[in-house]
Design a binder for this molecule. Structure first.
Ligand code: FMN
Length: 329
């Protein structure tokens, strides 16, 4: 069982924060399908942005299951402390600090994984945020700045001394971006060296890989990002495999269709028609990946911009797939 501060998670499977993906509808869906926690998209520590529609939407947690974890990013200890306070006042129950995102936008202003270079600043940031709020603070990092500077062990020690309550580690350095396979030896070394709950992250795409990473690293939990795109049921698949050793059958096309249509409905309600249809496009693409005729379908559905047309086309595509599936059964 995974415990962060005073929060006991129902399992040790966590949806990774992904800007532009892990909005409230997607977090809720992953929670319903088995994730024990889902971290929100990153919220800027720049208070000038807090009034914007985008940031307000990111801070919306209505109806979301506990614990609600909100990620903040930035490089200034005082601004990050204020951001943490602001989010705690607006319903966050955990604050997650992003020192793991290699996005150019974030790296250029010396936030995200670029911060790992400056251990003194890391310590100041962590203390400042931990002291600013009375809710648990977690940290997300990569294994280091580049392969020669894998300083995750130092950062983990600083995190523990600063009162951080859990540490998520993506098994890549900043310089690796997304190239190659994530490595888990550094995560294991960190787990052996500190007493913090450790969350292992990177390239976990199957129940077997989930088991391997948990066993290899000794981590307390795992975090899944890209593999949940278009496959939010991956959490229940992993949970089932970890608890029984058996694999659940793949969801049928009609199950996928039902999950997706519910997801789309939530997106339309959350964003309204204009933005909702645009956000829905990428999810529809992910859900249709690997289905026969998927490329033509995506090409066509990406061109329409009303809810009515988007739903009708999606419905029709999955309906014919479901019929084919029934005939084959
Ligand atoms: C589209 C996208 C957006 C991301 N945004 C964030 C972010 O805002 N904050 C963060 O800490 N990590 C972010 N990440 C990194 C993921 O949280 C995760 O560490 C990474 O994708 C590795 O896990 P995976 O192999 O399971 O995808 C993002 C990743 C992707 C693909």
């Amino acid at each position: 069982m995974m415990q962060i501060g005073n929060y006991q998670l129902k399992n040790n499977l966590i949806l990774a924060p992904m800007a532009g993906v892990t909005d409230r509808p997607f977090r809720q869906l992953c929670r319903e399908l088995g994730a024990g926690m889902a971290v929100s998209e990153m919220v800027s520590s720049n208070s000038l942005l807090w009034g914007s529609k985008k940031t307000q939407r990111r801070a919306n947690h209505e109806g979301e299951a506990d614990p609600k974890s909100v990620q903040i990013a930035g490089a200034d200890p005082d601004m990050l402390a204020q951001a943490a306070k602001h989010n705690a006042d607006n319903g966050a129950q955990l604050i997650d600090i992003n020192m793991g995102c290699p996005a150019k936008k974030v790296c250029n202003v010396m936030a995200g994984s670029a911060l790992l270079q400056d251990e003194i600043l890391v310590g100041r940031i962590l203390e400042s945020v931990v002291n600013a709020v009375d809710i648990p603070v977690t940290l997300k990092i990569r294994t280091g700045w580049d392969k020669e500077n894998r300083n995750a062990l130092n950062i983990a020690r600083i995190a523990e001394e600063s009162g951080i309550q859990a540490l998520a580690i993506h098994g890549r350095t900043r310089a690796c971006h997304y190239k190659g396979e994530a490595e888990y030896d550094t995560i294991r070394a960190v787990k052996e060296s500190v007493n913090l709950p450790i969350i292992a992250n990177g390239d976990i795409k199957t129940p077997e890989k989930a088991l391997y990473v948990l066993e290899h690293t000794g981590a307390d939990a795992i975090m899944i990002g890209r593999a949940a795109q278009g496959r939010p049921w991956i959490f229940r698949e992993i949970e089932h495999f970890l608890s029984t050793g058996d694999k659940l059958p793949e969801p049928t096309v009609s199950e996928i269709r039902d999950i997706m249509l519910g997801h789309l409905d939530n997106l339309y309600h959350f964003y309204g028609e204009f933005t909702g249809v645009r956000v829905a496009r990428k999810h529809i693409s992910w859900y249709s990946k690997g289905q026969s005729g998927g490329a033509n379908f995506r090409n066509a559905v990406n061109r329409v911009d009303t809810i009515e047309q988007q739903l009708a086309m999606t419905h029709e595509f999955f309906e014919q797939l479901a019929q084919k599936e029934e005939l084959a059964a």
